[in-house]
Design a protein around this ligand. Structure first.
Ligand SMILES: [Ca+2]
Ligand SMILES: [Ca+2]
Ligand SMILES: [Ca+2]
Length: 138
């Protein structure tokens, strides 16, 4: 848990939380800031493990009633209604962590334009990349 707390404070230190607004306007510096904050192995790109790690901790944070699922209210505006429905594989109106990570993986693959298994700042700045960042922002 200490590691997680450090992770969150690290994100805040990198200005990710104050950079939520620019995401809507598609600021390039947001993609760069998110990349810097989440790039654990400092190779200048995000791989699926780094993205899923961030997504899993965001899932836990959003699950306010700790029932291991996210309902629409807990999920908030992170994804559109259609996207939420698509991710909700058993159509019970909530997302389990597996369903959430499935959506994250789908967006990761959509954003990975050159299919090299990693996302660069440029790929993160694409439409799919920004949708992915919206999903995993703290
Ligand atoms: Ca990396
Ligand atoms: Ca819940
Ligand atoms: Ca790539």
């Amino acid at each position: 848990m200490i590691d997680r707390r450090f992770f969150v404070s690290e994100l805040i230190a990198c200005g990710l939380s104050v950079a939520i607004l620019p995401i809507a306007s598609g600021s390039k510096s947001f993609a760069a800031a998110a990349l810097a904050a989440l790039d654990k192995d400092n190779d200048g790109t995000l791989d699926l493990a780094e993205v899923k790690d961030a997504a899993a901790s965001v899932f836990d944070k959003l699950d306010k009633d700790s029932d291991a699922t996210l309902d629409r209210k807990e999920f908030g505006g992170r994804a559109g209604k259609t996207q939420f429905k698509q991710a909700d594989l058993d159509s019970d109106g909530t997302l389990t962590k597996d369903e959430h990570l499935g959506l994250v993986e789908k967006l990761f693959n959509a954003a990975d334009a050159d299919k090299d298994g990693t996302l660069t700042a440029k790929e993160l700045h694409s439409k799919a990349g920004r949708a992915l960042l919206r999903l995993i922002q703290p």
